[in-house]
Design a protein around this ligand. Structure first.
Ligand code: NAI
Length: 271
């Protein structure tokens, strides 16, 4: 069901890789709520081609940008302004990558070249996007920026590896930039801390099946799906959440505040 919550709003969606991506679902939901979109992803990810299918579906141009390149991001915002003839009202940052995770290098043995690259893509990219947007005055007053994160920023999940550090910094950037952008232009910046979700990035984490089943059992409402995450993003892009900024918002079926559940105790009693 659509409520026209984003009627007349314009936004940029980073990170739709395939139809499992949280960004993909969010683009579909934003479009259904009346938003006009620009889609972007790393040129290498776009070579796989699926994004064009989404672009057609949501009637949006695709502008490639590697988030580690200032030049690409500057070009993205300039072209987006040209396309809309105005600034944007919302941005979804749905980007994450760790080479240490990909190559199975355990946290205590991290290769720092891999760490730097992953940090650049997964955390610093939010700062870069906000810095360029601010310089080009590319976000309208009361605009909303959302980045996706995971609770490994606060608690240890050993196989989440250096992504835990990346997410901790990402959440900090949202808070700190949120201050400056809020004071200057009433732009709000938040992170959504999502349940484990079966996507390309998610499934790359070692032991993901055990991980997602455990979270399901440890959450009173069960794990939040990618579609439900998309719904939550829509609310944050809408005018109904105008005074929410600099927050890390858990979207996890209650996982973050649950000590233990009956389901987990029953499982332990079997051992
Ligand atoms: P995904 O693999 O579909 O999306 C990750 C995206 O990052 C891809 O579209 C990829 O092309 C993009 N990306 C990687 N390097 C890039 C670069 N240099 N420049 C531009 N884009 C680049 O996976 P998913 O799960 O939809 O991930 C989206 C966000 O959600 C990530 O921040 C992830 O950490 C976060 N998240 C995911 C959870 C999960 O269990 N899947 C749980 C909590 C948060």
């Amino acid at each position: 069901m659509a409520y026209n919550l984003l009627k007349g709003k314009k936004g940029i969606i980073f990170g739709a890789l395939d139809e499992k991506s949280i960004a993909w679902k969010t683009a579909q939901r934003c479009y259904a709520e009346g938003a006009e979109l620009v889609l972007t992803n790393a040129p290498i990810a776009m070579r796989m081609g699926a994004i064009n299918q989404l672009a057609e579906e949501v009637n949006a141009p695709v502008i490639p940008a590697d988030v580690t390149s200032m030049e690409d991001i500057e070009n993205l915002f300039a072209k987006t302004k040209e396309h809309f003839g105005s600034g944007v009202d919302f941005i979804l940052h749905s980007i994450g990558m760790s080479i240490n995770v990909r190559k199975g290098v355990p946290y205590p043995e991290n290769n720092y070249e891999f760490t730097h690259k992953g940090f650049d893509i997964s955390a610093l990219s939010l700062h870069r996007v906000l810095q360029v947007a601010r310089k080009q005055d590319a976000i309208n007053e009361w605009g909303s920026v959302v980045a996706l994160t995971y609770i490994a920023a606060q608690r240890v999940f050993p196989d989440y590896n250096d992504m835990a550090d990346n997410k901790a910094v990402l959440e900090s950037i949202a808070r700190n930039f949120g201050y400056f952008y809020g004071v200057e232009k009433k732009v709000r910046v938040n992170t959504i801390s999502q349940s484990p979700t079966r996507t390309t990035a998610g499934s790359g984490v070692k032991g993901f099946d055990g991980f997602i089943n455990y979270a399901e059992k440890m959450s009173p409402l069960g794990n939040a799906s990618a579609d439900q995450c998309a719904d939550y993003c829509v609310t944050l892009f809408s005018d109904l959440t105008r005074m929410v900024t600099m927050q890390n918002l858990f979207h996890d079926g209650g996982f973050s505040f649950t000590g233990v559940t009956k389901a987990v105790i029953e499982q332990m009693e079997k051992e």
